[in-house]
Design a protein around this ligand. Structure first.
Ligand code: GLC
Length: 535
């Protein structure tokens, strides 16, 4: 596979102004009828994405794995999981996507491997093994127990004792996901090779898992206490000061960015930067020399109000280095789906959220099913498949947002054949599915398609300028490039408001041209052609 052909319409940084689409491969489309989605299924679904107007797809983990964490426990960084397909399938997927002017991003997991990875198998064979130093080992703490107070993502002690050696190894996630030791130069060398291997096959970039992880404090100091837990501040009463967000990690991304940008079509590094502080988030862009995009978790966890969301925009853009692009998403395989979290399934709110996502400057990432307003699915405990959140009180089960794509109204939702039981139960596909919404030009699916077409025409290849405009309470009004957007985050009609130019798109019939300007109905939003120069 050669380099991705650069289309002149896309521009040098193809992700600027782009709409990406996160596709959970196991749940997208099952071509071999085993109940799990696969790469041939992704190929079969590409026409839907092309019709929708996405510029690139990010595939959830595709590498071989024992699947304790559904691919986030990698046992071979240079292969394809046999249940999902073959390297040939992946090559074909990249080629087929390319024919439709779409790029393919893979998921890279550099913070930890699977305990089944040959590096770890060798590492546990003894303290003198070649790969021992690839992982984080430590002797018991002063009380003879674990080396420090760190907890893993399930709330358990983050250290597991290797009895033969008397040393503990670190795992910030499951015990079968040992953390790599980034103080070890050979680990850097391995990942440079991994990047080059996939970039050389035409992979357009990576979403980087736990991008705020990698380096751990060299002294393995205790994390300080935290009074109130929150998804961004920390959990289990501890602030993640020493087991994440270490300054040395930035050097890794400087190194990787040079590699990513050495290709005629620059490759994209999109970080899962799980931080709550805008300065810390922006720091992962360095001086325009680290990650090119960073997921914005303050946006995801903001309440669905004009004030909070506008505040996140302002806070983020104030910190980003010049020329760097923000990235926006509202749903993913961990945090759940925005049509439930923000919108409670209310169609008006779902369209409002989609309109905002499609008109923010930078890069927007939709999650599979967002385009039809797919909601979370209440998966009963006996059908749950996510070990990380199974029986884990206080943490929502992640299976709720990983259920099969709802292609049609049939019992298996068109995800797999009628006789096959999908790996997770199907949601309410009678209420929302692609086939029915394709038939109805007034559907959310068509609305989303119109939004992405408008976005592409206005923003592609650019980071649109952004300015918040003064507005009545509960309205978020902003200028993005040559568009003015007004969104009413309230169940009451807004005051009439003069927005200037002609209406290009709106969430529904609730907007009237009134003498005093436009009146936005409850949870309505509108895009107009801006008049006057951008501020
Ligand atoms: C990231 C992934 C999540 C996974 C974890 C450990 O947060 O998105 O699904 O469990 O990393 O790899």
């Amino acid at each position: 596979m050669g380099d991705v052909v650069e289309s002149s319409a896309i521009g040098h940084r193809w992700w600027h102004g782009a709409a990406l689409y996160q596709l959970y491969v196991r749940s997208w489309l099952d071509a071999d009828h085993d109940g799990y989605g696969d790469l041939r299924g992704v190929i079969a679904g590409l026409d839907h994405l092309s019709w929708l107007g996405v510029d690139g797809i990010w595939l959830s983990p595709t590498m071989p794995s024992p699947d304790d964490d559904w691919g986030y426990d990698v046992s071979d960084y240079l292969g394809v999981h046999p249940e999902l397909g073959t390297l040939d399938d992946l090559d074909r997927l990249i080629a087929e996507a390319g024919k439709r002017d779409m790029r393919v991003l893979l998921d890279l997991v550099p913070n930890h491997t699977s305990s089944a990875h040959p590096w770890f198998v060798d590492a546990v064979s003894g303290p003198d093994s070649v790969h021992r130093g690839y992982y984080v080992w430590a002797g018991p703490g002063p009380d003879g127990g674990p080396p420090n107070n760190w907890r893993d993502a399930t709330g358990a002690v983050a250290w597991t004792l290797d009895e033969p050696s008397g040393q503990y190894y670190l795992h910030n996630f499951l015990a079968t996901q040992p953390d790599l030791n980034w103080w070890e130069p050979a680990v850097h060398g391995e990942f440079r090779e991994i990047l080059r291997f996939w970039f050389g096959r035409g992979v357009a970039g990576f979403r980087i898992d736990v991008a705020h992880g990698l380096y751990k404090d060299a002294l393995l100091r205790d994390n300080p206490p935290l009074a109130v837990d929150s998804p961004l501040a920390g959990r289990f009463g501890l602030k993640p000061v020493y087991n994440a967000n270490r300054p040395e990690t930035h050097e890794v991304y400087k190194d990787w960015r040079v590699i990513a940008e050495s290709y005629p079509s620059p490759r994209l590094l999109l970080g899962e930067t799980w931080v709550g502080d805008f300065a810390a988030l922006a720091a992962y862009h360095g001086h325009g020399d680290e990650l090119q995009l960073t997921f914005n978790f303050p946006f995801i966890f903001a309440r669905f109000t004009a004030t909070e969301l506008a505040g996140v925009l302002a806070g983020t853009l104030a910190q980003l280095p010049a020329g760097e692009s923000p990235a926006w998403t509202a749903s993913n395989h961990d945090v759940g789906r925005f049509p439930t979290r923000w919108c409670g399934g209310d169609e008006r709110k779902i369209r409002l959220a989609l309109l905002v996502l499609a008109t923010l400057p930078g890069t927007t990432v939709l999650y599979y099913g967002d385009e039809i307003g797919m909601t979370d699915v209440d998966v009963p405990p006996e059908l749950q498949r996510d070990r990380m959140t199974l029986g884990n009180l206080g943490r929502s089960n992640r299976d709720r947002a990983r259920t099969p794509m709802q292609w049609d109204g049939s019992p298996s939702a068109g995800f797999t054949s009628a006789m096959v039981r999908p790996w997770l139960p199907v949601g309410d596909n009678a209420a929302r599915n692609v086939a029915a919404q394709r038939e109805d030009q007034a559907s959310t699916l068509w609305f989303c398609r119109r939004l992405l077409a408008l976005r592409r025409a206005e923003f592609r290849g650019k980071i649109a300028s952004y300015a918040e405009l003064a507005s009545p309470r509960d309205l978020w009004v902003y200028r993005a490039g040559a568009l003015t957007v007004a969104a009413n985050f309230s169940g009451d009609p807004a005051e009439p408001f003069d927005l200037g130019g002609p209406v290009l798109l709106s969430t529904g019939t609730v907007i009237k041209d009134a003498p005093g300007g436009i009146t936005l109905g409850p949870w309505a939003a509108v895009i107009v052609r801006a008049t006057g120069p951008a501020s």
